[in-house]
Design a protein around this ligand. Structure first.
Ligand code: GAL
Length: 675
């Protein structure tokens, strides 16, 4: 990332294996064209066996063995698994679950990020590592901790929350006012009175709930800053990243967590989240990569790329032949500049005995190693041509963690999931092979032709103003049901919905209906929507819309709102704002996507491809365009290439009808100096 090399390697745990094996591992890694490994993110007990007694000798030797084979190192600060002596010293640093149960020893991520003593132990190990490795040329960068997350409900958090609230609200009267604690006689007298919300007794105050989720997110951001401050001071020549958990992780505002990092990395397990379903959710994986790229609007690494079956208790579906390489190329197509496989060799001991790596338990090379080796050879040849290019999108998808947190407390309808809804809207663009950036509600929208802002539930005035200005200046906007319902304190707005955006959408929600599970209401195209055919339905929500300048595109075909507007569009300033008063099915999302693309003058960007085929582009400043044709299907497919390309791997011309094998990839180049 930072040194002009596309990085390729694995997560390696030398401390789990006899030292006599290390040279064999390093040689096999070199033969697979590795240029980096990640080490040590769980090795606290081996690095500081007793308080203040550090032993870096084994890690020094492992790094030297790897470096001898030309392999650089990323070090993890090992705080995700504090050893026994740390926990004995701080027995109240164990994380507490929402129901009050305290974690015990024998797991990982068992610490509270707000515990002062634990923070002190963190400073000590991070500073000792940083001092020791600052000048080590093999160490190119750092990963903070490992997959930050999981809310804590302990006493330290309670005290830190009170301080956080005092800073945010200034006075207890203001807090009472903003949270509306008059409801159910919940007025507080002092900051110390405020207890952490628990949903065990159901329905905590919504203001309390949202602020606690924000606080909890800030706690990890703040805890990470302990690591970052030390590393920046002591290791100015090494970069810092963290391995995030993609789009699906929902307890930390990843825009905040990513802000102080040099770049984002993330852990990509396509056959884990959907472990027991036979098919990979390809758009969901693509969305995860696009989200990770969007956090800093720049390239990212995959710090853990799936290379075998996952498994703590059960063992998940094995990657099919070609998939390990396919997923890695997919990530690169979406902006990855580094691919690190999890893990080098499957552990014989510990909780992840069944979490399979590139090598199986026995350590001999096999099918998965050969696939990785093939990819390494390809990258060694073409990585330099890929790095100067980036994905570029004209469509932005707005991801609001405030809205996500608010929906976690109040789901609105059991059929609705905010992340699921974003995934479904994204998938309609993915089906058309249109690239999408994921952006925060604070993002500058000027460069985008289309902004998708589904279910923007908690809507700060500044975001509403930005969206209004965006449409006025010619932008095309999509909003969906439950937009603009809440202000920033999670209070419902004193206005007709969609609240602050009513003028932009030119529509008023006259009434709404939260349908019973499984009820889908047929939609009928109307007026300007006439060309929208198919079987679009309203699901999960039905806003009954009264247009105020907007034109109906679709109306309901049933219920007491038969014939009433469900989807509308509104010319506003130079732009156009579409509002869908429902979450809808895939047919509706397809209609919306093509209508939006048409309206934005991007019709030519729609490139539907045969089923299973994903098309992605990376572009360079010199006019080079790289096309990645990814076949996620189990059958070979043909695609028709209307431009002249050359194959990136062998430089041969490719044009017209071209076959892509099952789980295979075409890497093509056009433009620039080539054609
Ligand atoms: C990740 C984690 C790794 C390993 C892997 C497989 O979430 O960062 O340490 O646990 O999953 O479970």
């Amino acid at each position: 990332m930072t040194d002009g090399v596309l990085r390729f390697g694995a997560d390696y745990y030398p401390e789990h294996w006899p030292e006599t094996r290390w040279t064999t591992d390093a040689r096999l890694m070199r033969e697979a064209s590795f240029n980096v490994v990640r080490l040590a993110e769980f090795a606290w007990s081996k690095l500081e066996p007793r308080e203040g007694e550090f032993d870096f000798s084994w890690l020094d030797r492992a790094i030297a063995v790897l470096h001898d084979q030309g392999i650089d190192v990323v070090l993890g600060t090992p705080t995700a698994s504090p050893p026994m002596w740390v926990m004995k010293k701080h027995p109240d640093a164990y994380r507490v679950l929402e129901d009050g149960r305290r974690l015990t020893f024998g797991h990982r991520r068992h610490y509270c990020p707000n515990h002062e003593g634990f923070r002190e132990s963190t400073r000590s190990i991070v500073a000792a590592m940083a001092e020791h490795y600052a000048a080590n040329k093999a160490v190119i960068g750092w990963q903070t901790d490992n997959e930050f997350g999981d809310r804590c409900y302990c006493g330290s958090c309670g005290r830190a929350f009170a301080r956080w609230l005092a800073k945010r609200h200034g006075s207890i009267d203001t807090l009472n006012e903003r949270w509306g604690t008059v409801f159910w006689s919940q007025e507080y007298e002092n900051w110390d009175d405020i207890q952490l919300p628990s949903r065990i007794a159901r329905a905590p105050n919504p203001g309390l709930q949202l602020d606690y989720f924000r606080f909890s997110s800030d706690s990890y951001v703040d805890y990470q800053n302990i690591h970052i401050d030390i590393l920046r001071r002591l290791c100015p020549d090494q970069w810092i990243t963290h391995n995030l958990m993609g789009f699906k992780y929902d307890q930390i505002d990843y825009f905040d967590l990513a802000a102080p990092l040099d770049f984002v990395s993330w852990d990509n397990y396509p056959r884990l989240a959907w472990a027991m379903v036979p098919e990979v959710d390809v758009p969901a994986v693509a969305l995860a990569s696009d989200t990770m790229r969007g956090l800093k609007r720049k390239g990212f690494w995959v710090m853990e790329a799936q290379s075998g079956s996952g498994g703590w208790e059960d063992i998940s579906v094995a990657p099919r032949p070609g998939e390990i390489r396919l997923w890695a190329w997919q990530a690169i197509a979406h902006g990855a500049d580094g691919i690190i496989f999890f893990r080098w060799r499957t552990a014989r001991v510990g909780a992840e005995q069944y979490w399979h790596g590139i090598l199986d338990h026995h350590g001999e090379v096999g099918r998965r190693y050969e696939e990785v080796r093939r990819m390494g050879a390809e990258l060694a040849r073409v990585g330099g041509k890929i790095l100067p290019t980036q994905p570029r999108a004209e469509v932005a998808l707005m991801l609001s963690y405030d809205s996500r947190f608010a929906f976690q407390a109040q789901g609105n309808n059991p059929a609705f999931s905010y992340p699921g809804h974003l995934r479904d809207i994204y998938a309609a663009f993915h089906r058309l092979n249109v690239m999408v950036d994921v952006v925060s509600p604070e993002a500058d929208l000027a460069g985008y032709r289309i902004v998708l802002a589904p279910a923007l539930h908690v809507l700060p005035a500044a975001t509403a103003d930005r969206l209004r200005a965006y449409v006025e200046a010619g932008g095309v906007l999509l909003g969906t049901a439950r937009t603009g319902v809440k202000g920033i304190h999670n209070e419902v707005v004193d206005a007709h919905l969609p609240g602050l955006l009513r003028d932009v959408f030119g529509v008023r929600v006259e009434e709404y209906d939260s349908p019973a599970l499984g009820v889908a209401t047929q939609l009928r195209a109307e007026g300007a929507g006439q060309n929208l055919t198919g079987d679009a339905t309203a699901n999960g929500w039905c806003d009954i819309l009264a247009p105020e300048g907007a034109t109906p595109l679709m109306v309901y075909e049933a219920q007491h709102y038969l014939g009433r507007a469900a989807v509308t569009e509104h010319r506003f300033g130079q732009g156009l704002a579409l509002y869908a008063g429902t979450f809808g099915n895939a047919a509706l999302h397809d209609h919306l996507a093509s209508r939006l693309l048409d309206a934005a003058g991007l019709a030519e960007a729609m490139r539907p491809a045969p089923e299973g085929i994903e098309l992605c582009w990376r572009q360079g400043d010199d006019g080079t365009r790289l096309l990645f044709v990814l076949n996620h299907g189990v059958e070979p497919r043909s695609v028709v290439l209307t431009e002249a390309f050359v194959s990136l791997i062998d430089g041969l011309p490719v044009r017209g009808e071209t076959v892509v094998g099952a789980h295979d990839v075409l890497l093509l180049r056009t433009g620039g100096n080539l054609i």
